[in-house]
Design a protein around this ligand. Structure first.
Ligand SMILES: C[S@@+](CC[C@H](N)C(=O)[O-])C[C@H]1O[C@@H](n2cnc3c(N)ncnc32)[C@H](O)[C@@H]1O
Length: 255
């Protein structure tokens, strides 16, 4: 998936919703940041987490954001324009021009599941870490993501089109991948959400928009899309609507 302009803008709104905020709070708690540290956020998107990290590590520290999308990096730079301890790099996870063994933590949010070669990305990230420094990842269990309410066949079709992530159930495989890279003290924490409405600024509302975009691109008829939307609305009115998403925070220490 390309996170440019339209998709990138909606993704940044999703990150700003309560779901995005609660995920970042969990990441920041796990990172347990100290003044003066250097932290790298790979796949930083619009820079929400980088901004928060920069405040935590203070002017003697450094928050580095990396993303291959020029659109995301441009927006992230704009968000952090008044912060002196921030650096943004437009690059892939496998090709980051940062000194080896220089980071006190490396973090990914909803990024590893989009990367072709996760093992290569983990290996590259680990090289940037100081010994005994923390790795924190948040990824979604995409098989459990979605809306409940519309009729099953139509609903399943809309979800299947949307699940374009390369690694839909990454958290179920990540511990083994981290062990292979030599990480220790691997822990997981589930971050579940169960939402029963989709008001204007909600996480489900913006996923609905992205799902409709994906369906249009795949050539699904306007009639079917409208039917799905109507059924969503109807189920919400009847009180039989739900949106569920389970994210998993995985942390580990480099040797
Ligand atoms: C779902 S967004 C998450 C953005 C941000 N971490 C957040 O939570 O708001 C995924 C991000 O991963 C970036 N990305 C995709 N492929 C990547 C790669 N190979 N290396 C690093 N980042 C990548 C995308 O450009 C996009 O900004």
């Amino acid at each position: 998936m390309q996170f440019d302009n339209k998709i990138g803008s909606i993704q940044q709104i999703l990150t700003a919703t309560n779901v995005g905020i609660l995920r970042r709070q969990a990441i920041l708690k796990e990172l347990n940041l100290k003044k003066g540290q250097t932290i790298i956020d790979i796949g930083c998107g619009g820079g929400h987490l980088v901004e928060e990290i920069s405040m935590c590590v203070g002017y003697m520290g450094k928050a580095i954001g990396v993303d291959p999308s020029e659109f995301q990096i441009k927006t992230a730079k704009e968000r952090c324009k008044n912060l002196s301890n921030v650096q943004f790099i437009c690059s892939n996870a496998n090709d980051i021009n940062v000194e080896i063994n220089s980071c006190d933590a490396v973090t990914f949010t909803q990024t590893l599941e989009y990367i072709d070669d996760v093992d290569e990305a983990l290996c590259s990230a680990k090289r940037l870490q100081k010994p005994m420094s923390i790795f924190v990842n948040v990824s979604t269990l995409w098989d459990f993501f979605g809306f409940h309410g519309p009729e099953k066949k139509l609903n399943d079709m809309m979800h299947e089109i949307y699940r374009s992530q390369k690694h839909r159930m990454l958290p179920t495989k990540l511990n083994g991948k981290l062990e292979k890279q030599g990480y220790k003290n691997i822990k997981t924490l589930e971050i579940p959400f169960f939402i029963t409405n989709k008001d204007e600024n909600s996480f489900p509302k913006y996923h609905e928009i992205l799902m409709i975009n994906a369906a249009i691109k795949k050539g699904v008829s306007q009639d079917l899309i409208q039917k799905w939307q109507d059924q969503l609305q109807e189920s919400e009115k009847k009180g039989s609507f739900a949106f569920t998403v389970i994210s998993v925070l995985t942390s580990a220490f480099s040797k």
